[in-house]
Every structure is written in C-alpha cells, then in structure tokens.
Design a protein around this ligand. Structure first.
Ligand code: MG
Ligand code: ZN
Length: 187
C-alpha cells in the first residue's frame, strides 16, 4: 500500500481499547471497563506522534434500556481520565445509543459516527483511518470513505477468518498498529 500521512485515528472501543463484556452484555459501569493489555500504550504512541484520536462506539444498551446515558457518560469519563493520565488523551468520543431496529444513521455499519468524527476533527477523511475488531467497523469505514485496519483483539481474529486477511491490514493489537502508523505506513 502506498505511503499515506495519517493524522487522525478513529478507534472502535469494545474489543480494541477495552475488554468486551461477556456474551453480548454491555459495559454499564466504570468498574466494568477494563483496558486491554497494551491499549493505553498504543494510544500513547499515537498521541506522542501528534495524531488526533477519536473513539466511535455502538452502545445499543442505552436504547435497550439496559443502561442509562448517565451510566455511559460515567464509563467514558473513566476511560478519558485514565487515558489522559497515561499521556494518551482522547480528543472526542462518539456513540450510537440506538437499537438496531431503529434504523439510525449512526450505528455501525452505518457511517454516521465516523463521518461525525471526521467533521469534528477538521482533518480530511483521506488522512484518517479507522481501527476496529468487527466487520461492522470496517464496513462503516468503507461507507465513510475512510481507510481501515483490523486488530486481532476482541472479535478481531474471528473477523479476520470471515473476511480473509487480504482486504485490510491487520495487527495483533493496538500497540502493533500504532507502531506501524507512526513508522509511516500500513503494512
Ligand atoms: Mg468492537
Ligand atoms: Zn444510532
């Protein structure tokens, strides 16, 4: 792949930054948010390189009445505080609270969250990249006209099996992805 200057990384949350809740459950409380090994370091690598960092996450547990917007905000406050304390401050967090049946334009694989992240950042889509563990992340990126990479954390290995590894660059985890981006290219 040709070299591209990436200035904005748009990260999925569950399975990329933190451990997914078991069996389709949701991270409802700050105490249920557990960083994946190396995730904070991966963010810090990107941050030290001066990259803009956005998080885009489907959180239909809100629309399903499993958690409140206030609970979700508390989870994100913890995430952002811990990232900042690690030297990996996040610029923006975007979430979709809707249930799949609502047919909204933000729930991935719809492109709305990614489009919002691009618009808010002021950085061109062509200088941005989505990193996710789910096929929905990759599809949303494609529909938003943004490049994508897969990490083999969360659902990542299963996703790689489904899509084949030729379609998008894949990395074992966020630190490996971050080092590749900072080194100036996608493998
Ligand atoms: Mg995910
Ligand atoms: Zn939505």
């Amino acid at each position: 792949m040709a070299h591209r200057a990436i200035r904005h990384v748009i990260l999925d949350r569950d399975g990329v930054l933190n451990r997914e809740a078991a069996d389709g459950a949701f991270v409802r409380e700050p105490a249920e948010f557990h960083w994946l090994p190396g995730a904070l370091e991966g963010l810090a690598i990107l941050r030290r390189a001066g990259l803009h960092l956005s998080v885009v996450t489907n959180q239909s547990g809100v629309g399903r009445g499993i958690m409140s917007l206030e609970q979700l905000a508390a989870v994100h406050e913890r995430m952002q505080a811990e990232a900042s304390a690690y030297g990996a401050a996040l610029d923006a967090v975007f979430f979709c609270p809707h249930r799949p049946e609502e047919g909204c334009t933000c729930r991935k694989p719809a492109p709305g969250l990614i489009e919002a992240a691009v618009a808010r950042s002021g950085i061109a889509a062509a200088a941005s990249i989505v990193v996710g563990d789910d096929r929905r992340d990759l599809e949303a990126a494609r529909r938003a006209g943004v490049a994508a990479a897969l990490v083999r954390t969360g659902k990542g290995r299963a996703t790689e099996d489904v899509i084949g590894n030729a379609r998008v660059p894949a990395y074992d985890d966020l630190p490996q992805f971050a080092r590749a981006i900072v080194a100036g290219g996608l493998s």
